[in-house]
Design a protein around this ligand. Structure first.
Ligand code: UCC
Ligand code: FAD
Length: 580
């Protein structure tokens, strides 16, 4: 002030208050349920210590790389400066560091080393669960890598994929490979049997050349892929439908690092998962080896689907857990109406409901991991094999949807800041939205549930009822009796519904498929929460979570049936409503 004209140079006042940001703390030490679960099932000092140290590393460096992946998305370089076609996908240095870290930390390898026997999958998936929200979506290529290793292992690790298997499961960053999973074409990603146009031309040396167009290929910087195509006969004819599909292995690049027999048409412009390249590929004589028998492509790649769907479920629950960890920290820093958010009961109720969802999802996903671990180590009973088949799509479809709901609620818990791009929070919601789309949409997986039930002649459901009842029977805490009664009654309702449904035409069950899958999920999650709360080391909050979970409609398929939702008059009414 003073000198004439100086006022216009004064800084605008911006006030002295700046809201403290939510802090990411060691996600392992912050997770009471994870620690409790491991204490109960895998009480290993080495595992505990590895996860604790990894949790610190996530906070210290990896989370920052994840953010770097988000803000430095991949790009496609189609030509070099001299006009030669190169089709190079350029990823951020952080994305490349993620690859090295994944090898070093054994994020795929742990599942194949099996140092913890049947619990190795649980250990691996717990580590991925900690990693996922900080990984910049690197968990996507890891899922497919794990799935490819599983397929190869199930076929027998021999030429031409022995080297690939050793790379996919390696801890050496120099040796480590990732895999793609190219199934979707323009005509269909769900209906692969009718959607696949790619043809495989047999070569004189027993290999094939693939030609076609793959419409979605994620993490296309991968080293190899498993894919589907139709083998042509001597007249150049192919077999239509699913029975004409075979599964192939192809290395994506040659020794000079150039794509071979592939043109990268473009990278997708996506709502989320922007950290990761997703490309449209023209296969133009891609050299490949057939791994499945001719016509057994879908059945053969189904092993990959099982593993990637489990990874999807792990990522879904990891996203829920991360937003909650940040939200509860924020609630200790942000004040409104004269007190911290944590002291507003309605805000705590909101977070507690998210917590209950997250706990149910965590236990369901870990149950699937436990089952696959038992199956892979030869410990699984028939009942457990059936349960694994049933619960894999159930967990994927349920957690994929819940992740969007919980993370969306989580964003709101930061108020306007939850909507601000460079807080990193909106990316969590964008990335969650894909979890219910790829690896089978909610409806397609609901139909998969129906199919596995009918193909097992009901054995899968029998396993479900037997195991759920055994979980309830072991629950002895009087404080849980209300919850036990709710699950028990939902289970009886479900049984009656299925008995009545057996007399209806298939179209009835098709309409009921999604609600049935939800019912299977909710009832089973109730039983798991009760079971966990009944363990001697459980906390009061474990019991409270079980009680709260069981207050909801555990068996929507029964309530919806009661109001005629699956009545044959419904489809034309639904259609008329939609198209009015
Ligand atoms: O989206 C993709 C990658 C995204 C990136 C990876 C992210 C991983 C998570 C990361 C987290 C951050 S890859 C594209 C994924 N695409 C799908 O998921 C396709 C969705 N559509 C289906 O799932 C359909 O149900 C189909 C394609 C499987 C239907 O094909 P079919 O041929 O009509 O099916 P069928 O006739 O029912 O099955 C053919 C055979 C049968 O075996 P057999 O002949 O021995 O009876 C089935 O039992 O395949 C077997 N099969 C299965 N086996 C089919 N589905 C399964 C299954 N789920 N498990 C075991
Ligand atoms: P559609 O099959 O056309 O489905 C459209 C809608 O119809 C959905 O809501 C579905 O639920 C519903 N529907 C379909 N059939 C039925 C039915 N019978 N009854 C009731 N409802 C039905 N694919 C790969 O192979 N490899 C990849 O790496 C890959 N990466 C991806 C990355 C991203 C970011 C995304 C978004 C997708 C990726 N996909 C990939 C593709 C993905 O797997 C497919 O998009 C998905 O399987 C759905 O197939 P679609 O797009 O053809 O949808």
């Amino acid at each position: 002030p003073g000198a004439e004209g100086q006022a216009e140079f004064f800084r605008a006042g911006i006030g002295g208050f700046f809201q403290e940001r939510p802090m990411l703390k060691n996600p392992f030490l912050e997770d009471a349920l994870l620690q409790g679960y491991l204490r109960r099932h895998l009480p290993s000092e080495a595992v505990y210590s590895d996860l604790r140290v990894f949790g610190e590393r996530l906070v210290r460096e990896v989370d920052g790389w994840g953010r770097e992946c988000e803000v430095t998305p991949p790009r496609l370089v189609t030509y070099d400066p001299w006009g030669c076609r190169v089709d190079r996908i350029v990823t951020s240095p952080a994305w490349q560091r993620m690859k090295d870290l994944s090898a070093q930390e054994g994020l795929v390898a742990i599942g194949y080393e099996r140092s913890y026997g049947e619990w190795s999958r649980v250990y691996q998936m717990c580590k991925l669960y900690l990693y996922s929200p900080s990984s910049g979506l690197y968990t996507c290529p890891l899922a497919m890598t794990d799935g490819a290793a599983k397929v190869i292992q199930s076929l027998g690790v021999s030429w031409p994929v022995a080297d690939a298997f050793s790379r996919l499961t390696s801890r050496d960053p120099e040796h480590f490979w990732t895999s793609g999973q190219w199934m979707t074409e323009r005509r269909g990603g769900s209906d692969v049997g009718n959607g696949t146009e790619t043809v495989a031309l047999p070569q004189s040396d027993g290999t094939y050349r693939l030609s076609g167009f793959k419409w979605f290929t994620s993490a296309t910087d991968a080293d190899m892929t498993l894919t589907l195509a139709r083998v042509t006969d001597v007249d150049g004819q192919t077999t239509s439908g699913s029975r004409g599909l075979s599964m192939f292995y192809a290395a994506v690049r040659d020794e000079q690092g150039m794509v071979q027999g592939i043109e990268v048409q473009r990278l997708k412009d996506k709502l989320g998962t922007r950290q990761m390249p997703t490309a449209e590929l023209l296969l133009d004589g891609l050299p490949a080896h057939r791994l499945s028998e001719e016509g057994r492509g879908v059945a053969c790649i189904a092993n990959m689907l099982t593993v990637t769907r489990i990874h999807n479920s792990v990522s879904a629950v990891a996203g829920m857990r991360r937003v909650l960890q940040l939200a509860r920290d924020y609630a200790t820093r942000r004040s409104t109406f004269g007190k911290l958010l944590r002291d507003h009961p309605l805000h705590m109720q909101t977070l507690a409901r998210m917590e209950v969802e997250t706990r149910g999802a965590f236990l369901l996903v870990m149950e699937v991991c436990r089952l696959i671990g038992r199956e892979e180590t030869g410990h699984a009973s028939q009942l457990e094999t059936h349960l694994l088949r049933l619960l894999t799509p159930v967990a994927k479809l349920y957690t994929g949807k819940q992740a969007v709901a919980v993370i969306s609620e989580g964003l709101e818990s930061f108020g306007g800041q939850g909507y601000i791009e460079d807080t990193g929070l909106p990316a969590m919601l964008r990335d969650a939205q894909v979890l219910s789309i790829w690896e089978g949409t909610t409806n397609v997986l609901s139909l998969d549930v129906l199919r596995c039930v009918s193909r097992s002649s009901g054995l899968v459901l029998q396993a479900y009822f037997t195991h759920t009842q055994s979980l309830l029977a072991a629950a002895s805490l009087p404080s849980l009796s209300v919850a036990v009664r709710s699950v028990d009654s939902a289970l009886s309702g479900l049984r009656e519904f299925l008995q009545a449904a057996a007399l209806t035409p298939p179209s009835f069950m098709e309409l009921a498929a999604r609600d049935l899958a939800y019912s299977l999920a909710r009832i089973y999650m109730g039983a798991l929460l009760i079971d966990h709360a009944s363990w001697e080391g459980a906390s009061h909050s474990d019991a409270y979570a079980a009680l709260r979970w069981c207050e909801q409609d555990l068996c929507p398929v029964v309530s919806k049936a009661a109001i005629g939702c699956y009545n044959m008059k419904t489809p034309p009414l639904d259609a008329a409503l939609v198209y009015e």
